[in-house]
Design a protein around this ligand. Structure first.
Ligand SMILES: [Zn+2]
Length: 183
């Protein structure tokens, strides 16, 4: 009898293996917004390792029917396999529903640096508005030009290069740019 050699399957059930796997999965990029990862977008919700050493991953799609989700699932599977979890299960949760407000400040800077106008910023925390107060709809906020910072921008097409982006044009520098729509 010889002891088995070679890499052994991860058997740890403490949070460290899950944290390591989460780091590996956090490198998966969104196919439609390539500058951001699924972690930065908030798509990656939970990563667990089951007692028998399997990866259990929970994601929240950005919106119903997003054509990128099949690619994202395949990329997550490949990243899990590369991290030593060939039999990962991926669950989808719609609650709470995804919103562009989950995109953090650093990720918004990345979008701007790539010439893409980020969605409107999340409202500052504060007391709830009084009953009957008229809430400003998110879409009423025109994005600033990510190239020159000007505020005089106009929407050209509600559906741009992908369904989650609209095409806008800057009235100052004249350049068209993508805008990740509020959602
Ligand atoms: Zn401009």
């Amino acid at each position: 009898m010889t002891a088995p050699t070679g890499p052994t399957a991860p058997t740890g059930t403490d949070g460290r293996d899950a944290a390591r796997l989460r780091e590996a999965l956090a490198t998966v990029h969104d196919p439609e917004i390539r500058v951001l990862t699924i972690e930065e977008l908030g798509i990656l919700r939970q990563v667990d390792i089951t007692p028998d050493g399997r990866a259990h991953i929970t994601i929240t799609p950005t919106y119903l029917g997003c054509p990128a989700m099949d690619t994202i699932r395949a990329d997550i599977r490949a990243a899990a396999r590369a991290a030593g979890y060939p039999q990962a299960t991926i669950d989808t949760t719609w609650s709470p529903p995804w919103t562009t407000r989950w995109i953090g400040a650093a990720a918004r800077d990345k979008l701007r640096a790539a010439g893409i106008a980020p969605p409107a910023p999340a409202p500052p925390p504060g007391p709830a508005p009084p009953p009957g107060a008229r809430l400003l709809p998110l879409a009423a906020t025109a994005p600033r030009c990510p190239l020159c910072g000007a505020a005089d921008t106009t929407e050209l097409t509600r559906f741009g290069s992908t369904a989650c982006k609209a095409l806008w044009r800057c009235g100052t520098c004249g350049e068209p740019f993508d805008h990740v729509k509020e959602h």
